[in-house]
Design a protein around this ligand. Structure first.
Ligand code: NAD
Ligand code: WQD
Length: 344
């Protein structure tokens, strides 16, 4: 068996794709997930893709005794990838305590337990949301952290600070903070993908559900921004590309190749794409029309942000390789699969 890695939130969207890539690279994966935003069928999907069923513990990371029992049951866990978190920006404004408790306590528990079980490092899921609207684009990791626009965004900033402070105080492990831009798409097998509960808040699931006829039309939030076509610009990163970066980061940490005890990397393509460009790409890639209309701006939206991914390119040796069209086609295949399975 390969080295043991604990993947919290491994039944979720990015965690499941990462579990696949970790297993493909020979790691032994132990998933802890409370299924608050996912389904146990995802574990079957990971098994169908890789031929290996990861260990799965249905557990809340906020349950410290339960987490301790996991480290005892699976001795020798070398690294943790911590995806488990609540992530809906709008909900976090309505229920801030839920977000602070879920996202902060789960991290505190892991950091407390790591030295006891001799875990070498933790990879943390951070977000480009920490940059707010950057003054300079593309944004690199040295850009200032801007005041968070939501409790969710604030949890990412606070978690980064907690990890930094803990390691600077001499904790015997390392950390890599990965700041994701906008992860989209699905595994090419369409065995796993993004499973939004209820009405999607994010662009791609809303778009694919509209293309499927589940939603009447996609609302484009604003065409009066200071961008070439007036709609907002983001850096859409393929989820499998993103997952592969985690494997490289984990390897770097447990092989002690990291230059610093805490490292930070942007994970993006380096290319900014507007909402209207994205709709065009989807229609071109799939041949399926997306009924849409322009509506007013969405409160709290950043006008434009895309990554300078050079540090990840040069230091990790990782580059996003999937094209936007292929990525959108994968999102569509996943939506079709959900329809076939009668899920949506
Ligand atoms: P997701 O909701 O699909 O996955 C998160 C998983 O964690 C879910 O399976 C959920 O059931 C689980 N979970 C939540 N709280 C838990 C707890 N207390 N104990 C155990 N399991 C718990 O979300 P995702 O899109 O895969 O995001 C993964 C991580 O990446 C999150 O930390 C998120 O904040 C971060 N992130 C996501 C995006 C994005 O756009 N998807 C962007 C930047 C950062
Ligand atoms: C993308 C673009 C919308 C829906 C959020 C979080 C961020 C990070 C990623 C976790 C924007 C537009 C959307 C729709 C639209 N998550 N849009 N119609 O807002 O960039 O980032 O997810 O860390 O923290 O804030 O992603 O997918 O919601 O929006 O026009 O129905 O699509 O205005 O320009 P966002 P998104």
């Amino acid at each position: 068996m390969g080295k043991r890695i604990l993947v919290t939130g491994g039944a979720g969207y990015i965690g499941s794709h990462t579990a696949v890539e970790l297993q493909n690279a020979g790691y032994e994966v132990i998933i802890v997930d409370n299924l608050s935003n996912s389904n146990e069928n995802v574990i079957d999907g990971i098994e169908r893709i890789t031929g290996v069923r990861p260990a799965f513990e249905r557990l809340d990371c906020n349950d410290k005794e339960g987490m301790q029992a996991v480290f005892t049951k699976y001795p020798g866990i070398e690294g943790i990838i911590h995806f488990a978190a609540s992530k809906a920006v709008g909900e976090s404004v309505q229920k801030p305590l839920l977000y602070y408790r879920n996202n902060l306590v789960s991290l505190l528990n892991l950091l407390d337990l790591m030295p006891q079980f001799d875990v070498k490092g933790i990879v943390f899921s951070s977000s480009c949301t920490v940059y707010g609207q950057p003054d300079i684009l593309p944004v690199d990791e040295s850009a200032p952290i801007k005041p968070a626009l939501s409790p969710y965004g604030n949890t990412k900033q606070i978690c980064e600070e907690i990890i930094n402070d803990t390691i600077h105080a001499g904790a015997p492990f390392r950390a890599i903070l990965l700041r994701y831009f906008n992860p989209i798409g699905a595994h090419p097998s369409a065995e796993i993908g993004e499973l939004p509960l209820g009405v999607p808040q994010n662009l791609i699931p809303y778009l694919t559900q509209t293309a499927m006829g589940i939603r009447k039309e996609l609302s484009v939030f604003g065409n009066d921004y200071n961008t070439p076509d007036g709609s907002c610009i983001r850096d859409y990163i393929n989820v499998v590309d993103l997952a592969k970066a985690h494997v490289i980061a984990m390897n770097r940490m447990i092989e002690r190749k990291a230059a610093d005890n805490v490292e930070v990397f942007n994970l993006g393509t380096g290319r900014g794409v507007s909402v209207l460009e994205l709709i065009n790409s989807f229609e071109r890639a799939t041949g399926v029309a997306v009924p849409h209309k322009i509506v007013g701006r969405r409160e709290g939206d950043i006008e434009q942000v895309w990554a300078n991914p050079e540090r990840a390119n040069n230091v990790l040796g990782w580059t996003a390789v999937e094209s936007l069209d292929d990525t959108l086609a994968s999102a569509w295949r996943w939506q079709e699969k959900l329809r076939e399975r009668g899920i949506m």
